[in-house]
Design a protein around this ligand. Structure first.
Ligand code: SIN
Length: 490
């Protein structure tokens, strides 16, 4: 599988430059970086490597477009988003092929991501005409209170590599709906899909005579060099980031300088709790989804399987049988269940965590090794009898490894599940309504799946507690992140 298996019509229309004020062009100085297929290690594309000066030009374009964009009718913004949604869905196979090529996930998963990602544009097309304010008489009388919602202003959107369409549209949708122009810094490992989305928006803006500077894209392999000056620039009013907690902290420190509105979707360490009364078939099925979406490379991936001692052995062995039957390979090949990890250092990290667990007494039921083929693959792995302090339990794995830890009673399950500085997602399986209610009230996570291995939905608030982030994306809450409130006493 090489770049040539992407349709020539698609490849010939793909932008590889940066987008500033409606024009795709090279980076200043002409530098580029390579985008690699993680399943073959082949270079697919050379992409413009934007400089700090290019970033500033992009922000200038966004700032210039801001007054005209915020003055557009909400219906106009809504129709633009709806048109982009429809064009992406109509090209779902092409977009999915591109996601598979640069990110590695299987075609079926990539297609599901296109539909999930496009749905953020549909949802925010519907919300663009629905944000409201307030008018009332002050309680003491004598004056009226008017409360308006305004777009916050130009926004910097920093997207991750693991869901190259969905993480971009989850930010672009609400930003454009609210009336904010954007500068997008896509992940350098998977910029192409985001750039394709930006091109569809660019052409819709042009066809509709809307300001070209509403969407700008600065791909770069030197992220901090480009984003740091932007965060210090008073023209920027909002930053939205999805990525690691460590980078999120740095961005928040920088954002403090201009007191920027910030949303941060950061790391996770999701517990997957299987209570004593759980339906084991359903739990194993849910675990397959919660663990293996994008080969485990998701912030909401189940990281630790916390299973009642009466079920732990059966659960681990059944999961291991399912993992062992999976076919690894290039995501574009028929019959492949699991693609590669994104880069060599991701494989090294996963291998290190498995070795550390084994050194601390864990049993490797299946996997635990690289398959010895080209590409950044790692065999899906189940570990049983894992020490609670093993790194594979305390750190975010971001790979296809399922450590199983046993617990004795409900209090211990909740204590184990909450024993992390993260609080993004949690999953729990139980057939008891009382337990379901307790878990949904006591698990420390921004998103909780009860008898479900997947929580993501464009209409729901996605985000974390504790060190998993600030703010929400998706749903009504996602739009709030791009609006500010102004009160007028009249
Ligand atoms: C993520 O991994 O950050 C996003 C996953 C999702 O939206 O489901």
């Amino acid at each position: 599988m090489t770049a040539t298996t992407l349709s020539p019509a698609l490849v010939s229309h793909l932008p590889t430059g940066m987008l500033v004020d409606g024009h795709w062009g090279p980076a200043t100085g002409g530098r580029t970086f390579e985008v690699v297929d993680p399943a073959t290690e082949e270079v697919l594309f050379d992409v413009a490597d934007a400089t700090p000066e290019d970033g500033r030009r992009a922000l200038a374009a966004a700032a210039q477009a801001a007054p005209a964009w915020r003055a557009t009718a909400p219906r106009e913004r809504s129709e633009l988003l709806r048109a982009v949604y429809e064009r992406l869905v109509a090209r779902a196979d092409d977009v999915a092929a591109l996601i598979t090529a640069e990110c590695g996930k299987t075609r079926a998963e990539a297609r599901a991501e296109v539909l999930y990602g496009a749905d953020f544009l549909r949802w925010y097309a519907e919300q663009a005409v629905r944000f409201d304010g307030l008018a009332r008489t002050a309680p003491a009388g004598g004056n009226r209170q008017l409360v308006h919602r305004r777009p916050v202003g130009p926004a910097l959107l920093i997207t991750p590599w693991n869901f190259p369409i969905a993480m971009a549209t989850r930010k672009i949708g609400p930003a454009l709906a609210a009336g904010c122009p954007v500068v997008i810094k896509p992940a350098h490992l998977t910029p192409m899909t985001t750039m394709l989305v930006a091109e569809v928006i660019r052409s819709e803006l042009e066809d509709r005579g809307l300001p070209a500077g509403v969407v700008n894209v600065v791909p770069t392999a030197r992220a901090a060099d480009v984003t740091s000056p932007l965060l210090a620039d008073p023209r920027l009013r909002k930053v939205s980031f999805t990525g690691s907690t460590a980078v999120g902290r740095t961005l928040l420190e920088q954002a403090a300088g201009q007191v920027l509105k910030a949303s941060m979707e950061l790391g996770g360490n999701a517990p997957f709790v299987v209570m004593a009364d759980a339906d084991l078939d359903a739990a194993v099925e849910g675990a397959m989804v919660a663990k293996l979406r994008n080969a485990g490379q998701s912030c909401v991936a189940a990281n630790r399987f916390v299973v009642h001692e009466s079920l732990a052995r059966a659960f681990a062995h059944r999961l291991a049988d399912r993992f062992a039957a999976l076919r690894l390979g290039h995501g574009a090949e028929d019959g492949v269940d699991l693609g590669p990890l994104i880069e060599p250092k991701a494989v090294d990290k996963v291998d290190e965590l498995v070795a550390d667990a084994a050194d601390h007494g864990a049993q490797v039921l299946t996997g635990g090794e690289r398959p010895g083929r080209k590409g950044y693959f790692y065999r899906p792995t189940v570990l049983s009898g894992v020490d609670r302090d093993a790194r594979v339990v305390t750190e975010e794995i971001f790979g296809p490894v399922a450590p199983v830890v046993a617990f004795g009673d409900d209090d211990e399950a909740i204590e184990l599940a909450n024993g992390t500085e993260y609080g993004l997602a949690a999953y729990a399986y139980t057939t008891s309504l009382d337990r379901a209610v307790r878990l949904s009230e006591e698990l420390e996570a921004g998103m909780i799946g009860i008898n479900r291995g997947m929580v993501s939905d464009a209409s729901a608030p996605f985000g974390g507690l504790k060190q998993s982030g600030l703010g929400r994306e998706g749903g009504e809450a996602g739009l709030e992140e791009y609006l500010e409130t102004v009160y007028v006493a009249l």
